[in-house]
Write a protein of this length. Structure first.
Length: 567
């Protein structure tokens, strides 16, 4: 089956990424008996963000594309930071992106026994020792890239003493931080990660899966490669910061393996976005400090935040395909992501009428008691979505900004003595207006309509330069609209070393509009339903919506307005 897939993928296809080429070459060479087996190994200490989506699409995507398998394996090696909430959210996000690990859900804790036994084996072979020094001292002794490290005074303890101490560490006889287990490799290595790395530390916090069974827990570098080996992983795909860890990954595998099989670690560039931070630690700070409403705040780069804002999994996968996988770190322009979701929603979102800042228009020559339905296409990009009927009556709402009492010469929307077309309905002409005497704000606009100009029927032979959206007053549904913008107003908020990233929070990242009006077809809209508000942008129904109280989040505008602003 893999050979068929190779032929199918290579026929007339664009160039593949360097990682995919490695997989193709390995399959052709018959490595690992023609198997492709990847894994996605999240740490359950926060919510996934769009950077993780790049890894998910690669890990699951390559396995899917070449007839292989992909495991979901939680790196639950630190019980202090882990929560069941995060595990559940990670699984939900992966499924939402369109991937399935089937029955291959694993945890590093599944292998705690094997990892402990491997550590004991390293001690017996003189390749690991217990160090009693504080973390700061150990770090100082490691030296620097230009200065060799200093061997620990405990490096040459006997096997018997090391075994005794390690067993007692796991029994809880020593305090946290008082002892660690280190691999004995090379304190003069030019690679700092090879200078006797810590592989076990004491943690007395109960584990969410193993309870109080363990008092020592493996470090990520020790657990990760070995779990890959235990699960038969063929291609261990990591981001570039793990490139310098690869010699250590391979060293541990060399000590563990008993046959020709070995997993191969391959590194690729991370996903970085302008006007965004990707650090889980900093995202957690924003949540805890109340600067956002939670992990799923629509301004957050988390997958649950993007989902709530109205992004589709298809748009995120398309964006990741656009930026690709390389060996070079870069910051991707967030407008590419916005372009991807805009293109996707253009094909799938129904067009509807919504007025965000309403002003009333009274069509004085339209019968007071009459209401008629006008038929409008739901989406011109997809005829299968059909059409709907929208009620039209004597009194309607239009946008405040679509009217000017004293307009400049190139203002083509409604003004005194001027005509506009109401989309799907009639041409109207402004004949007067009413203002609030105390504020001067326009309260009502008076117009007449021409019955011969109804859209779709015989129309009077005259042209107008503007077409406005509208909502009938009698049938209008009240709605709250949340206008979201970028959370930061600096292109690289985390990269300003002399300033706190919080200084660049955008004070206008959220604007609430509570007096909005939408057409009655939206009354039955459900959370995460997506629409194009005509002339305004794409919007998504929020979870906060209840019967009688609709809430919409702005997903993205119809055009990239930030490009103009930045100029």
């Amino acid at each position: 089956m893999n050979e068929e897939k190779l032929n199918e993928k290579e026929a007339g296809k664009p160039p593949v990424s360097f990682i995919e080429q490695i997989i193709i070459d390995d399959l052709k060479a018959g490595k690992n008996n023609g198997r492709i087996h990847t894994r996605f190994p999240p740490e359950p200490n926060g919510y996934l963000h769009i950077g993780h989506a790049k890894a998910i699409c690669l890990d699951f995507g390559m396995a899917l594309k070449y007839g292989g398998k992909c495991n979901l394996r939680f790196d639950d090696t630190n019980p202090v930071k882990e929560e069941i909430e995060y595990i559940d959210s990670i699984k939900e996000d992966i499924r939402w992106l369109g991937f399935d690990w089937e029955d291959r859900e694993y945890y590093a804790s599944d292998y705690f026994g094997k990892l402990f036994d491997f550590a004991v084996d390293l001690i017996k072979r003189g390749l690991a020792y217990v160090d009693d020094q504080p973390a700061g001292v150990i770090s100082e002794q490691k030296g620097s890239p230009t200065r060799p490290g200093i061997e620990s005074p405990y490096r040459n303890r006997s096997v018997e003493e090391n075994l005794d101490l390690f067993i007692r560490m796991n029994k809880g006889e020593f305090e946290e931080g008082s002892r660690v287990l280190r691999a004995k490799i090379d304190m003069t290595s030019p690679n700092m990660h090879m200078r006797d790395p810590i592989i076990y530390r004491i943690i007395k916090e109960p584990h969410h899966r193993t309870g109080d069974k363990w008092k020592v827990y493996p470090m990520y570098d020790f657990a990760h490669g070995q779990c890959d080996y235990f699960e038969g992983i063929t291609h261990s795909l990591c981001t570039l910061e793990f490139e310098v860890h690869r010699p250590l990954y391979d060293w541990f595998i060399d000590q563990l393996r008993t046959d020709e099989y070995r997993p191969r670690q391959i590194e690729f560039n991370r996903l970085n976005l302008t006007y965004t931070i990707m650090s889980k630690r900093r995202l957690l700070e924003l949540v805890r400090e109340g600067r956002v409403s939670g992990w799923d705040d629509p301004r957050m780069p988390t997958l649950c935040g993007l989902r709530r804002r109205g992004y589709t999994p298809e748009s995120i996968r398309k964006f990741i395909d656009l930026i690709g996988y390389t060996k070079y770190e870069a910051i991707n322009d967030v407008t590419l992501l916005e372009h991807a979701v805009r293109d996707d929603l253009n094909l799938r979102a129904p067009r509807v009428f919504a007025v965000l800042n309403p002003v009333k228009v009274i069509i004085t020559n339209y019968p007071e008691s009459q209401t008629e339905n006008v038929e409008l296409i739901n989406n011109p990009e997809d005829e299968s979505m059909g059409s709907r009927k929208v009620p039209f009556s004597r009194e309607i709402y239009i946008e405040e900004e679509d009217f000017m009492e004293d307009p400049p010469s190139k203002f083509f929307r409604l003004s005194p003595g001027k005509e506009v077309r109401l989309k799907g309905a009639y041409i109207i002409k402004c004949n007067g207006l009413k203002k609030d005497p105390s504020t001067g704000r326009i309260e009502e606009i008076y117009c007449t309509y021409d019955p011969a100009t109804k859209s779709g029927e015989h129309q009077a032979d005259r042209k107008v330069k503007a077409t406005l959206h509208w909502v009938s007053v009698k049938e209008a549904v009240d709605a709250e609209i949340r206008l979201y913008d970028r959370l930061f107003n600096h292109e690289d908020p985390a990269g300003q070393k002399d300033r706190d990233y919080r200084e660049f929070l955008n004070p206008d990242s959220l604007k609430l509009l509570r007096n909005c009006k939408v057409e009655p077809s939206l009354k039955s809209a459900k959370p995460l339903d997506k629409f194009q508000f005509q002339r305004l942008g794409y919007f998504c129904v929020d979870y906060d919506s209840t019967e009688g109280h609709l809430v919409f989040n702005k997903t993205v505008g119809l055009k990239d307005t930030w490009a103009k602003i930045s100029k």
